[in-house]
Design a protein around this ligand. Structure first.
Ligand code: KG4
Ligand code: ZN
Length: 337
């Protein structure tokens, strides 16, 4: 069995997966959303301290499997440095203590593998990854070969939902709050700009749209002066602009990429409005759409464990003395995802 740890942001999570059957045997996650909500976003130092309490608490429950462990896996990039270190410290200790190998896992590859927790692996695959930290379209040929086809030039989709929710005084995380509020809103009330609409670039950009939302909030006198209907209409108009932006750029990619299977992963892939739009687009282009079960869309150790199963097969281990968080600079300088 493999014990997997995830602590890249504000979710402390541990999973146990069985190597022979690829089954998830145990999975638990403690989210810190309530603790960060009053700040309108994740406070790294607070997140780190909460992981230091939650991870050992969850680990206790996995003791019955300890003597059957063949490896430990842990997210080591990308994420918040101070929170990644909490999971890494625990993983290193376990690997040394149990004398078993350590598997480093790239968080975004974990999101891709969230698709395979309850299903067979499926390659090649075209993936739209929309999370709190990233917005990318990735061509996934295999475990080893993944290529980014488009990426965000600034904010990510999840981040833009979070920031807009904060501007409207809604709380954190903004994605589910905006999606729910938008159901009561008129998506045509505010004419927000669809990012890069007239640009030939196959890339994403959310910061301009975020700024346009800020200007509307200011025009209406700040969020405390906005009515519930104003907020619902703005949430709906914002969500519509995000959808149109994603669809416009995805259409260009779909037209070029013959791969038949398409998937949306990451925290924001839980958004039903965006999912529905992509179902239509896939039907138009003759593609089959895949999503992970809702519980595995946001950060969790089950997806890290699922990736680790394939990594174990390939003996993709790391010396516990060598593992470290990968800094943003190094990622930008040519990391795969
Ligand atoms: O994948 P994830 O758990 O963490 C990262 O790897 O970043 O994604 C979290 C992000 C947050 O920004 C959250 O607001 C967004 O996913 N999110 C949503 C929805 N549910 C979560 N965004 C839009 N609609 C949702 N329903
Ligand atoms: Zn994530």
């Amino acid at each position: 069995m493999i014990l997997s740890i995830e602590s890249s942001c504000d979710d402390s999570s541990i999973a146990i997966t069985e190597i022979a059957t690829k089954k998830l045997l145990y999975h638990k996650k403690i989210s810190q959303e309530a603790e960060h909500s009053c700040y309108g976003g994740v406070v790294p130092e607070l997140a780190s301290r909460l992981h230091a309490v939650a991870l050992p608490e969850i680990l206790k429950e996995t003791k019955p499997w300890f003597d059957k462990l063949k490896a430990v896996s842990v997210t080591n990039q990308p994420g918040l440095g101070v929170t990644l270190l909490e999971g890494i410290a625990m993983a290193k200790t376990l690997a040394a203590f149990q004398e078993i190998p350590l598997i480093p896992v790239h968080h975004l590859k974990g999101h891709i593998y969230s698709l395979f927790i309850e299903k067979e692996t499926l390659f090649p695959l075209l993936v739209l990854l929309i999370s709190g930290g990233h917005t990318q379209v990735i061509r996934v040929e295999s475990f080893e070969t993944m290529e980014i086809l488009a990426t965000s030039m600034d904010d990510s989709v999840g981040e833009s939902f979070d920031k807009c929710a904060k501007m409207m005084g809604l709380g954190y995380p903004g994605g589910p709050l905006i999606e729910r509020l938008a159901l009561q809103g008129d998506e045509n009330r505010f004419d927000l700009p669809v990012p890069l609409r007239n640009s030939p670039l196959i890339a994403f950009s959310l910061s301009g749209l975020k700024n346009a939302v800020r200007l509307v909030v200011e025009r209406l006198g700040g969020y405390s002066e906005m009515t519930e209907q104003d907020k619902a209409d703005l949430a709906a108009s914002f969500q519509k602009a995000v959808k149109l932006h994603l669809l416009q750029k995805s259409k260009k990619i779909f037209a070029k990429e013959p791969i038949k299977d398409f998937a949306i992963v990451g925290g924001a892939s839980a958004n039903r409005y965006i999912r529905t739009a992509y179902e239509k687009l896939c039907a138009e282009f003759g593609k089959t759409m895949h999503v992970a079960p809702l519980e595995y869309c946001s950060d969790n150790a089950a997806m890290i464990g699922r990736y680790a199963l394939d990594a174990y097969e390939k003996q993709a281990f790391i010396d516990p003395h060598e593992i470290d968080i990968i800094s943003t600079k190094k990622q930008q300088a040519g990391m795969l995802l």
